[in-house]
Design a binder for this molecule. Structure first.
Ligand SMILES: [Zn+2]
Ligand SMILES: [Zn+2]
Length: 250
């Protein structure tokens, strides 16, 4: 396809998306489904009684009927990086072909155009469909689904995350009962960590205090005695690195 005219390109993308959506609806019978999406896991879960479908997604952007504006996710500070980085490809594509609507972060728009943006995003990212939840304020959120995930893998992914009252959904981390947000008690780890780092499937964030370390040393490693003293608890990644920062004196 020769890409020179924005409107013609957008029309083609809309046509392709319509075909995709028809196929999607036939493959996954999602009528009347409940939806739940989670920026941390990057998973959209559609469910009806007894069945659950999981998809990987990225968030294209959102359309506000109230303010009649569109906002690309790369421009949205409230959208987590892992579900918005794909939208930079759309912006780069827009820059290359001088399609202004793909390069401005936020501007007046309408629902039809929002679907065009979602269709373009689907095309450029080879998505398998679009899902559009509407939040309680009426904000329309456009998600491009990139991959179907079987429930076993979905559960493995979900198990790596925890909901925190401060940080919402973040990766799971483990600390001893003594680590806290106010006093320095030492911060020992099994490997060097930093916030947002990639972890292999076998690795978890794990930290314990100086006292736990002393007992672990005396006992030659983890055993029933050390574990009883340590009393590992689950925190989120955000809380983990807050504790680390306090102990390192930042
Ligand atoms: Zn401890
Ligand atoms: Zn937290």
């Amino acid at each position: 396809m020769e890409i020179t005219d924005y409107n013609a390109f957008a029309d083609d993308c809309i046509e392709e998306l319509k075909a995709l959506q028809d196929g999607f609806a036939k493959t996954f019978d999602i009528a009347y489904a409940d939806w739940f999406y989670n920026q941390a896991t990057g998973l959209l879960t559609l469910s009806t009684d007894g069945t659950e479908l999981n998809f990987k997604y990225f968030q294209v952007g959102s359309f506000s009927p109230k303010s009649e504006t569109w906002m690309w996710s790369w421009h949205n500070e409230n959208t987590l990086e892992n579900v918005k980085k794909a939208t930079r490809l759309i912006r780069d594509f827009g820059k290359r072909f001088n399609f202004v609507k793909l390069t401005e972060g936020q501007f007046p728009s309408d629902e039809f155009e929002a679907w065009e943006f979602a269709a373009i995003a689907t095309k450029l990212a080879s998505g398998i469909g679009v899902y559009r939840p509407v939040d309680t304020d009426g904000l329309q959120i456009f998600l491009v689904l990139t991959e179907f995930i079987d429930s076993e893998l979905a559960n493995t992914i979900k198990d790596k995350y925890v909901q925190c009252s401060t940080h919402d959904y973040r990766r799971i981390a483990f600390v001893c009962q003594h680590l806290n947000f106010t006093t320095k008690v030492g911060f020992e780890e099994s490997f060097e960590t930093f916030e947002g780092m990639k972890l292999s499937d076998e690795d978890d964030f794990q930290a314990w205090c100086a006292e736990c370390e002393a007992i672990r040393f005396a006992e030659n490693g983890w055993n029933e005695n050390t574990m009883a003293f340590t009393q590992i608890r689950v925190v989120c990644e955000g809380c983990y690195f807050k504790m680390k920062a306090i102990n390192l004196g930042h």
